[in-house]
Design a protein around this ligand. Structure first.
Ligand code: EPZ
Length: 427
Protein backbone atom coordinates (compact mmCIF):
# COMPACT_ATOMS: atom_id res chain seq x y z
CA UNK A 1 0.00 0.00 0.00
CA UNK A 2 1.49 3.39 -0.99
CA UNK A 3 2.77 5.79 1.63
CA UNK A 4 3.98 9.38 1.56
CA UNK A 5 7.32 10.30 3.11
CA UNK A 6 7.90 13.93 4.11
CA UNK A 7 10.97 15.66 5.50
CA UNK A 8 9.54 18.76 7.15
CA UNK A 9 10.87 22.24 7.85
CA UNK A 10 10.75 23.91 4.43
CA UNK A 11 8.60 26.99 3.73
CA UNK A 12 6.57 26.44 0.54
CA UNK A 13 7.39 28.86 -2.29
CA UNK A 14 5.93 28.74 -5.78
CA UNK A 15 2.76 28.27 -7.85
CA UNK A 16 0.12 25.57 -7.75
CA UNK A 17 -2.63 25.09 -10.36
CA UNK A 18 -5.97 24.29 -8.75
CA UNK A 19 -8.19 21.69 -10.44
CA UNK A 20 -11.93 21.44 -10.92
CA UNK A 21 -14.07 20.78 -7.84
CA UNK A 22 -14.53 17.07 -7.01
CA UNK A 23 -17.77 17.84 -5.20
CA UNK A 24 -19.15 19.69 -8.21
CA UNK A 25 -17.94 17.12 -10.76
CA UNK A 26 -19.72 14.20 -9.07
CA UNK A 27 -23.30 15.60 -9.20
CA UNK A 28 -22.61 17.10 -12.63
CA UNK A 29 -21.66 13.66 -13.97
CA UNK A 30 -24.85 12.22 -12.46
CA UNK A 31 -26.86 14.96 -14.20
CA UNK A 32 -25.95 13.37 -17.55
CA UNK A 33 -28.65 10.77 -16.77
CA UNK A 34 -31.31 13.47 -17.20
CA UNK A 35 -30.99 13.79 -20.99
CA UNK A 36 -30.56 11.66 -24.12
CA UNK A 37 -28.07 14.15 -25.45
CA UNK A 38 -24.41 14.59 -24.57
CA UNK A 39 -23.22 16.50 -21.54
CA UNK A 40 -19.62 17.68 -22.01
CA UNK A 41 -17.67 18.63 -18.88
CA UNK A 42 -14.35 20.50 -18.86
CA UNK A 43 -11.90 21.31 -16.02
CA UNK A 44 -12.56 17.81 -14.66
CA UNK A 45 -10.04 16.72 -11.99
CA UNK A 46 -8.22 13.39 -12.37
CA UNK A 47 -9.33 11.68 -9.14
CA UNK A 48 -10.27 8.19 -7.99
CA UNK A 49 -13.81 9.34 -7.12
CA UNK A 50 -14.32 10.68 -10.66
CA UNK A 51 -13.27 7.33 -12.10
CA UNK A 52 -15.61 5.55 -9.68
CA UNK A 53 -18.54 7.73 -10.75
CA UNK A 54 -17.67 7.15 -14.43
CA UNK A 55 -17.71 3.39 -13.79
CA UNK A 56 -21.06 3.59 -12.04
CA UNK A 57 -22.62 5.63 -14.86
CA UNK A 58 -21.19 3.26 -17.48
CA UNK A 59 -23.00 0.31 -15.89
CA UNK A 60 -26.21 2.35 -16.10
CA UNK A 61 -25.53 2.52 -19.86
CA UNK A 62 -24.02 6.01 -20.02
CA UNK A 63 -21.38 6.39 -22.74
CA UNK A 64 -18.37 8.03 -21.06
CA UNK A 65 -15.48 9.17 -23.25
CA UNK A 66 -12.72 11.73 -23.40
CA UNK A 67 -12.80 14.16 -26.30
CA UNK A 68 -9.42 15.10 -27.75
CA UNK A 69 -8.82 18.23 -25.75
CA UNK A 70 -7.10 21.29 -27.26
CA UNK A 71 -4.99 22.72 -24.40
CA UNK A 72 -6.16 20.40 -21.67
CA UNK A 73 -4.14 17.18 -22.04
CA UNK A 74 -6.94 15.13 -20.54
CA UNK A 75 -9.60 16.70 -22.73
CA UNK A 76 -13.27 17.27 -21.98
CA UNK A 77 -15.36 14.36 -20.67
CA UNK A 78 -18.39 13.50 -22.80
CA UNK A 79 -21.27 11.69 -21.11
CA UNK A 80 -24.18 10.37 -23.15
CA UNK A 81 -27.21 8.64 -21.61
CA UNK A 82 -29.24 8.11 -24.79
CA UNK A 83 -30.00 4.60 -23.59
CA UNK A 84 -30.25 3.67 -19.90
CA UNK A 85 -29.45 -0.03 -19.60
CA UNK A 86 -30.03 -0.41 -15.87
CA UNK A 87 -31.60 1.66 -13.11
CA UNK A 88 -29.78 -0.30 -10.40
CA UNK A 89 -26.70 1.06 -8.62
CA UNK A 90 -25.13 -2.06 -7.08
CA UNK A 91 -23.71 -2.34 -3.57
CA UNK A 92 -20.17 -3.21 -4.71
CA UNK A 93 -19.93 0.14 -6.50
CA UNK A 94 -21.92 2.32 -4.09
CA UNK A 95 -19.92 1.13 -1.06
CA UNK A 96 -16.75 2.50 -2.72
CA UNK A 97 -18.14 6.02 -2.84
CA UNK A 98 -21.13 7.40 -0.94
CA UNK A 99 -21.71 10.08 -3.57
CA UNK A 100 -23.09 7.26 -5.76
CA UNK A 101 -26.41 8.10 -4.09
CA UNK A 102 -26.51 11.10 -6.46
CA UNK A 103 -27.79 8.89 -9.30
CA UNK A 104 -31.03 8.29 -7.37
CA UNK A 105 -32.80 11.54 -8.24
CA UNK A 106 -31.82 11.69 -11.92
CA UNK A 107 -32.63 7.99 -12.57
CA UNK A 108 -36.04 8.40 -10.94
CA UNK A 109 -36.77 11.58 -12.88
CA UNK A 110 -35.70 10.10 -16.23
CA UNK A 111 -36.96 6.49 -15.89
CA UNK A 112 -39.63 6.58 -13.16
CA UNK A 113 -37.68 3.99 -11.20
CA UNK A 114 -34.34 3.49 -9.44
CA UNK A 115 -32.81 0.86 -7.19
CA UNK A 116 -29.74 2.16 -5.37
CA UNK A 117 -27.80 0.42 -2.63
CA UNK A 118 -27.91 2.22 0.70
CA UNK A 119 -24.47 3.89 0.85
CA UNK A 120 -23.87 3.01 4.50
CA UNK A 121 -21.71 5.07 6.78
CA UNK A 122 -18.05 5.97 6.56
CA UNK A 123 -15.21 6.94 8.87
CA UNK A 124 -16.60 10.41 9.59
CA UNK A 125 -20.18 9.45 10.39
CA UNK A 126 -23.30 7.36 9.81
CA UNK A 127 -24.18 9.49 6.78
CA UNK A 128 -27.96 8.81 6.62
CA UNK A 129 -30.01 9.60 3.49
CA UNK A 130 -33.40 10.20 5.12
CA UNK A 131 -33.59 13.78 3.79
CA UNK A 132 -33.06 12.51 0.23
CA UNK A 133 -35.86 9.93 0.59
CA UNK A 134 -38.33 12.23 2.36
CA UNK A 135 -37.86 14.78 -0.41
CA UNK A 136 -38.47 12.21 -3.17
CA UNK A 137 -41.67 11.14 -1.39
CA UNK A 138 -42.78 14.79 -1.38
CA UNK A 139 -42.36 14.71 -5.18
CA UNK A 140 -44.73 11.73 -5.32
CA UNK A 141 -42.26 8.84 -5.36
CA UNK A 142 -42.97 5.58 -3.52
CA UNK A 143 -39.87 4.68 -1.48
CA UNK A 144 -39.15 1.20 -0.10
CA UNK A 145 -36.07 -0.15 1.65
CA UNK A 146 -35.35 -3.78 1.02
CA UNK A 147 -32.26 -5.92 1.38
CA UNK A 148 -29.95 -2.94 1.79
CA UNK A 149 -31.36 -1.25 -1.30
CA UNK A 150 -33.49 1.85 -1.81
CA UNK A 151 -36.31 1.19 -4.30
CA UNK A 152 -38.01 4.33 -5.59
CA UNK A 153 -40.87 4.39 -8.09
CA UNK A 154 -42.87 7.13 -9.75
CA UNK A 155 -44.69 5.33 -12.57
CA UNK A 156 -46.81 8.38 -13.35
CA UNK A 157 -43.84 10.73 -13.13
CA UNK A 158 -42.90 13.16 -10.35
CA UNK A 159 -45.11 16.08 -9.31
CA UNK A 160 -43.65 19.41 -8.19
CA UNK A 161 -43.91 20.15 -4.45
CA UNK A 162 -42.54 22.34 -1.68
CA UNK A 163 -39.75 20.61 0.25
CA UNK A 164 -38.55 22.15 3.50
CA UNK A 165 -35.24 20.66 4.69
CA UNK A 166 -35.19 20.37 8.53
CA UNK A 167 -31.40 20.62 8.28
CA UNK A 168 -29.05 21.61 5.47
CA UNK A 169 -27.88 18.74 3.27
CA UNK A 170 -25.64 19.17 0.23
CA UNK A 171 -26.42 15.76 -1.28
CA UNK A 172 -30.14 15.88 -0.59
CA UNK A 173 -30.34 19.34 -2.19
CA UNK A 174 -28.51 18.03 -5.27
CA UNK A 175 -30.61 14.86 -5.59
CA UNK A 176 -33.89 16.73 -5.24
CA UNK A 177 -32.84 19.54 -7.56
CA UNK A 178 -32.05 16.93 -10.24
CA UNK A 179 -35.38 15.17 -9.62
CA UNK A 180 -37.45 18.38 -9.64
CA UNK A 181 -36.20 19.68 -13.00
CA UNK A 182 -38.26 16.98 -14.79
CA UNK A 183 -41.19 16.93 -12.34
CA UNK A 184 -44.56 18.27 -13.48
CA UNK A 185 -45.20 21.77 -12.15
CA UNK A 186 -43.32 23.93 -9.65
CA UNK A 187 -41.08 22.79 -6.80
CA UNK A 188 -39.48 24.85 -4.06
CA UNK A 189 -36.52 23.64 -2.02
CA UNK A 190 -36.51 25.60 1.24
CA UNK A 191 -33.43 25.66 3.51
CA UNK A 192 -31.48 24.25 0.56
CA UNK A 193 -27.69 24.00 0.84
CA UNK A 194 -25.87 26.99 -0.68
CA UNK A 195 -22.45 25.45 -1.38
CA UNK A 196 -20.91 26.80 -4.63
CA UNK A 197 -21.00 23.25 -6.04
CA UNK A 198 -24.81 23.39 -5.92
CA UNK A 199 -24.82 26.70 -7.79
CA UNK A 200 -22.54 25.10 -10.36
CA UNK A 201 -24.93 22.15 -10.78
CA UNK A 202 -27.93 24.49 -11.07
CA UNK A 203 -26.23 26.61 -13.73
CA UNK A 204 -25.35 23.51 -15.72
CA UNK A 205 -28.96 22.27 -15.46
CA UNK A 206 -30.13 25.70 -16.71
CA UNK A 207 -27.79 25.32 -19.68
CA UNK A 208 -29.48 21.95 -20.29
CA UNK A 209 -32.88 23.70 -20.39
CA UNK A 210 -33.99 23.48 -16.76
CA UNK A 211 -35.95 26.37 -15.27
CA UNK A 212 -34.38 27.25 -11.91
CA UNK A 213 -34.48 30.47 -9.88
CA UNK A 214 -32.92 31.47 -6.56
CA UNK A 215 -29.53 29.92 -7.33
CA UNK A 216 -27.04 30.41 -4.45
CA UNK A 217 -29.92 31.38 -2.13
CA UNK A 218 -31.35 28.96 0.42
CA UNK A 219 -34.59 28.77 -1.59
CA UNK A 220 -34.54 27.15 -5.02
CA UNK A 221 -37.60 27.48 -7.26
CA UNK A 222 -37.84 24.98 -10.10
CA UNK A 223 -40.43 24.81 -12.87
CA UNK A 224 -40.35 21.28 -14.30
CA UNK A 225 -39.85 20.77 -18.06
CA UNK A 226 -40.61 17.80 -20.31
CA UNK A 227 -37.02 17.02 -21.16
CA UNK A 228 -33.50 18.42 -21.02
CA UNK A 229 -30.94 18.72 -23.81
CA UNK A 230 -27.16 18.45 -23.84
CA UNK A 231 -24.72 21.18 -22.80
CA UNK A 232 -21.05 22.06 -22.37
CA UNK A 233 -20.03 23.04 -18.84
CA UNK A 234 -16.75 24.08 -17.20
CA UNK A 235 -16.54 22.88 -13.60
CA UNK A 236 -15.81 25.50 -10.93
CA UNK A 237 -12.44 25.43 -9.13
CA UNK A 238 -12.07 23.19 -6.11
CA UNK A 239 -12.38 25.45 -3.05
CA UNK A 240 -11.34 22.65 -0.70
CA UNK A 241 -8.17 21.91 -2.67
CA UNK A 242 -7.55 25.68 -2.72
CA UNK A 243 -8.06 25.99 1.05
CA UNK A 244 -5.82 23.00 1.67
CA UNK A 245 -2.85 24.57 -0.14
CA UNK A 246 -3.56 27.96 1.45
CA UNK A 247 -3.18 26.26 4.82
CA UNK A 248 -0.05 24.38 3.77
CA UNK A 249 1.50 27.79 3.00
CA UNK A 250 0.21 29.18 6.30
CA UNK A 251 1.62 26.33 8.38
CA UNK A 252 5.06 26.41 6.72
CA UNK A 253 5.32 30.23 6.70
CA UNK A 254 5.56 30.19 2.94
CA UNK A 255 4.36 32.16 -0.08
CA UNK A 256 2.21 30.51 -2.77
CA UNK A 257 0.27 31.65 -5.82
CA UNK A 258 -2.72 29.39 -6.46
CA UNK A 259 -3.91 29.69 -10.07
CA UNK A 260 -7.29 28.85 -11.62
CA UNK A 261 -9.21 29.63 -8.45
CA UNK A 262 -10.73 32.63 -6.69
CA UNK A 263 -10.76 34.05 -3.18
CA UNK A 264 -14.54 34.51 -3.20
CA UNK A 265 -14.93 30.73 -2.83
CA UNK A 266 -13.10 30.84 0.52
CA UNK A 267 -14.46 33.85 2.42
CA UNK A 268 -14.87 32.09 5.79
CA UNK A 269 -11.40 30.53 5.66
CA UNK A 270 -9.87 33.83 4.52
CA UNK A 271 -11.37 35.65 7.51
CA UNK A 272 -9.99 33.06 9.95
CA UNK A 273 -6.52 32.97 8.40
CA UNK A 274 -6.23 36.76 8.14
CA UNK A 275 -7.03 36.93 11.85
CA UNK A 276 -4.24 34.37 12.37
CA UNK A 277 -1.74 36.55 10.50
CA UNK A 278 -1.84 35.19 6.95
CA UNK A 279 -2.22 37.64 4.03
CA UNK A 280 -4.49 36.46 1.18
CA UNK A 281 -4.72 38.57 -1.98
CA UNK A 282 -6.83 38.13 -5.11
CA UNK A 283 -4.57 38.34 -8.15
CA UNK A 284 -5.28 38.36 -11.90
CA UNK A 285 -4.48 34.66 -12.17
CA UNK A 286 -5.69 33.47 -8.76
CA UNK A 287 -4.83 33.86 -5.09
CA UNK A 288 -1.56 34.88 -3.44
CA UNK A 289 -0.91 33.56 0.07
CA UNK A 290 1.84 35.12 2.20
CA UNK A 291 2.70 33.76 5.64
CA UNK A 292 5.71 33.87 7.87
CA UNK A 293 6.01 37.64 8.30
CA UNK A 294 4.90 37.03 11.88
CA UNK A 295 4.10 34.00 14.05
CA UNK A 296 0.65 32.51 13.51
CA UNK A 297 -1.85 33.36 16.22
CA UNK A 298 -4.62 31.00 17.29
CA UNK A 299 -8.20 31.64 16.18
CA UNK A 300 -11.42 29.81 17.08
CA UNK A 301 -13.32 28.04 14.30
CA UNK A 302 -16.79 26.49 14.13
CA UNK A 303 -17.77 24.57 11.01
CA UNK A 304 -21.11 25.35 9.39
CA UNK A 305 -22.93 24.94 6.06
CA UNK A 306 -21.83 27.42 3.38
CA UNK A 307 -21.05 30.30 3.68
CA UNK A 308 -19.74 29.19 7.09
CA UNK A 309 -16.34 27.59 7.69
CA UNK A 310 -16.29 24.36 5.62
CA UNK A 311 -16.20 21.08 7.54
CA UNK A 312 -13.93 19.79 4.74
CA UNK A 313 -11.26 22.27 5.86
CA UNK A 314 -11.54 21.61 9.61
CA UNK A 315 -8.82 18.95 9.84
CA UNK A 316 -6.40 21.07 7.83
CA UNK A 317 -7.06 24.11 10.08
CA UNK A 318 -6.32 21.98 13.11
CA UNK A 319 -2.85 21.20 11.72
CA UNK A 320 -2.25 24.94 11.24
CA UNK A 321 -3.48 25.83 14.74
CA UNK A 322 -1.24 23.06 16.17
CA UNK A 323 1.77 25.32 15.52
CA UNK A 324 0.11 28.71 16.18
CA UNK A 325 0.69 30.82 19.29
CA UNK A 326 -2.05 30.44 21.91
CA UNK A 327 -5.07 28.16 22.13
CA UNK A 328 -7.76 27.62 19.50
CA UNK A 329 -11.15 25.95 19.91
CA UNK A 330 -12.27 24.08 16.81
CA UNK A 331 -15.92 22.96 16.85
CA UNK A 332 -17.28 20.45 14.31
CA UNK A 333 -21.04 20.83 13.88
CA UNK A 334 -21.64 18.88 10.64
CA UNK A 335 -20.33 15.34 11.25
CA UNK A 336 -20.31 13.32 14.45
CA UNK A 337 -16.89 11.73 14.09
CA UNK A 338 -14.58 14.07 12.24
CA UNK A 339 -11.71 14.29 14.75
CA UNK A 340 -9.82 11.12 13.76
CA UNK A 341 -6.80 13.22 12.78
CA UNK A 342 -6.45 14.29 16.46
CA UNK A 343 -4.68 11.16 17.80
CA UNK A 344 -2.42 11.12 14.73
CA UNK A 345 -1.49 14.80 15.13
CA UNK A 346 -0.87 14.06 18.83
CA UNK A 347 1.69 11.42 17.78
CA UNK A 348 3.56 14.31 16.17
CA UNK A 349 3.53 16.32 19.39
CA UNK A 350 0.38 18.37 18.88
CA UNK A 351 -1.40 19.39 22.11
CA UNK A 352 -5.10 18.82 21.43
CA UNK A 353 -7.86 17.86 23.83
CA UNK A 354 -11.30 16.86 22.57
CA UNK A 355 -14.45 17.69 24.51
CA UNK A 356 -17.47 16.36 22.58
CA UNK A 357 -17.79 18.31 19.32
CA UNK A 358 -14.98 20.70 20.23
CA UNK A 359 -11.21 20.33 20.23
CA UNK A 360 -8.94 22.72 22.13
CA UNK A 361 -5.64 23.08 20.24
CA UNK A 362 -2.74 24.56 22.20
CA UNK A 363 -0.03 25.65 19.78
CA UNK A 364 3.42 24.10 20.25
CA UNK A 365 6.79 25.40 19.10
CA UNK A 366 7.57 22.31 17.03
CA UNK A 367 5.87 19.21 15.73
CA UNK A 368 8.04 16.14 15.38
CA UNK A 369 7.87 13.84 12.36
CA UNK A 370 6.39 10.35 13.00
CA UNK A 371 4.69 7.46 11.19
CA UNK A 372 0.95 8.27 11.10
CA UNK A 373 -2.22 6.71 9.69
CA UNK A 374 -4.63 8.35 7.26
CA UNK A 375 -8.26 7.59 8.12
CA UNK A 376 -10.31 9.68 5.69
CA UNK A 377 -9.70 12.09 2.85
CA UNK A 378 -9.39 15.37 4.70
CA UNK A 379 -7.75 13.92 7.82
CA UNK A 380 -5.04 12.50 5.51
CA UNK A 381 -4.13 15.87 4.11
CA UNK A 382 -4.11 17.38 7.60
CA UNK A 383 -1.30 14.91 8.40
CA UNK A 384 0.57 15.96 5.25
CA UNK A 385 0.39 19.61 6.33
CA UNK A 386 1.66 18.65 9.80
CA UNK A 387 4.47 16.64 8.17
CA UNK A 388 5.49 19.64 6.05
CA UNK A 389 6.04 21.75 9.16
CA UNK A 390 7.33 19.04 11.54
CA UNK A 391 11.00 18.47 12.29
CA UNK A 392 12.28 15.23 10.79
CA UNK A 393 10.57 12.50 8.81
CA UNK A 394 6.83 11.79 8.66
CA UNK A 395 5.40 8.72 6.94
CA UNK A 396 1.68 8.95 6.12
CA UNK A 397 0.21 5.47 5.66
CA UNK A 398 -2.99 4.46 3.77
CA UNK A 399 -2.78 7.37 1.32
CA UNK A 400 -5.40 5.84 -1.01
CA UNK A 401 -7.69 8.14 0.95
CA UNK A 402 -5.74 11.11 -0.43
CA UNK A 403 -5.99 9.96 -4.03
CA UNK A 404 -9.77 10.17 -3.83
CA UNK A 405 -9.71 13.96 -3.56
CA UNK A 406 -6.27 15.38 -4.35
CA UNK A 407 -4.72 15.27 -7.79
CA UNK A 408 -0.90 14.83 -7.85
CA UNK A 409 -0.62 16.27 -4.33
CA UNK A 410 3.00 15.30 -3.72
CA UNK A 411 4.06 16.60 -7.18
CA UNK A 412 2.39 19.95 -6.59
CA UNK A 413 3.99 20.33 -3.15
CA UNK A 414 7.45 19.12 -4.29
CA UNK A 415 7.39 21.73 -7.07
CA UNK A 416 7.10 24.35 -4.30
CA UNK A 417 10.11 23.10 -2.38
CA UNK A 418 8.59 20.45 -0.13
CA UNK A 419 10.70 17.34 0.49
CA UNK A 420 7.87 14.90 -0.16
CA UNK A 421 7.66 11.64 -2.12
CA UNK A 422 5.35 8.70 -2.60
CA UNK A 423 6.91 5.39 -1.60
CA UNK A 424 5.64 1.85 -2.17
CA UNK A 425 5.38 -0.72 0.58
CA UNK A 426 9.06 -1.43 0.56
CA UNK A 427 9.84 2.28 1.09
C1 EPZ B 1 -21.14 16.59 0.93
O1 EPZ B 1 -21.47 15.38 1.57
C2 EPZ B 1 -19.68 16.49 0.53
N1 EPZ B 1 -19.50 15.37 -0.40
C3 EPZ B 1 -18.81 16.27 1.77
O2 EPZ B 1 -17.45 16.26 1.35
C4 EPZ B 1 -19.03 17.44 2.72
O3 EPZ B 1 -18.29 17.21 3.91
C5 EPZ B 1 -20.53 17.58 3.05
O4 EPZ B 1 -21.29 17.70 1.83
C6 EPZ B 1 -20.81 18.80 3.92
O5 EPZ B 1 -20.37 19.95 3.28
C7 EPZ B 1 -19.80 15.55 -1.70
O6 EPZ B 1 -20.23 16.62 -2.11
C8 EPZ B 1 -19.58 14.39 -2.62
P1 EPZ B 1 -24.61 16.51 3.77
P2 EPZ B 1 -23.03 15.04 1.90
O7 EPZ B 1 -25.75 15.76 3.19
O8 EPZ B 1 -23.88 15.57 0.81
C9 EPZ B 1 -26.63 14.80 7.69
C10 EPZ B 1 -15.26 15.46 1.15
O9 EPZ B 1 -14.37 15.39 1.99
N2 EPZ B 1 -27.61 14.20 6.76
O10 EPZ B 1 -24.56 18.01 3.59
O11 EPZ B 1 -23.12 13.62 2.27
C11 EPZ B 1 -25.25 14.17 7.54
O12 EPZ B 1 -25.14 13.00 8.32
C12 EPZ B 1 -16.68 15.06 1.53
O13 EPZ B 1 -15.11 15.86 -0.04
C13 EPZ B 1 -28.76 13.61 7.29
O14 EPZ B 1 -28.96 13.56 8.51
O15 EPZ B 1 -23.24 15.92 3.23
C14 EPZ B 1 -24.33 15.25 8.01
O16 EPZ B 1 -24.29 15.20 9.43
C15 EPZ B 1 -16.76 14.48 2.94
N3 EPZ B 1 -29.67 13.05 6.44
C16 EPZ B 1 -25.04 16.53 7.58
O17 EPZ B 1 -26.40 16.16 7.33
C17 EPZ B 1 -29.50 13.08 5.09
O18 EPZ B 1 -30.39 12.58 4.36
C18 EPZ B 1 -24.49 17.14 6.31
O19 EPZ B 1 -24.50 16.13 5.32
C19 EPZ B 1 -28.34 13.69 4.57
C20 EPZ B 1 -27.41 14.25 5.42
Amino acid sequence: MDKIRILGGRALEGRIAIGGAKNAALPLMAASLLTRQSLVLTNLPELLDIATMAGLLAQHGVGVSRRKGDGDSRGPLELNAAQIASTTAPYDLVRKMRASILVLGPLLARCGHARVSLPGGCAIGTRPVDLHLQGLERLGAVVELEGGYIEVRAPKGLKGAEIVFPSVSVGATENLLMAAVLAEGESRLINAAREPEIGDLARCLQAMGAKIEGIDSGCLRILGVGELHGAHHAIIPDRIETGTYVMAAAATGGRLTLTGTRLGLLAALARSLEAAGVALTEREDGIEVCAGSRALTSVDVTTAPYPGFPTDLQAQMMAVMAVAEGASTITETIFENRFMHVPELARMGADISVHGASAVVRGVKHLLGAPVMATDLRASVSLVIAGLVAEGETIVNRIYHLDRGYERLEEKLAACGARIERVGDGG
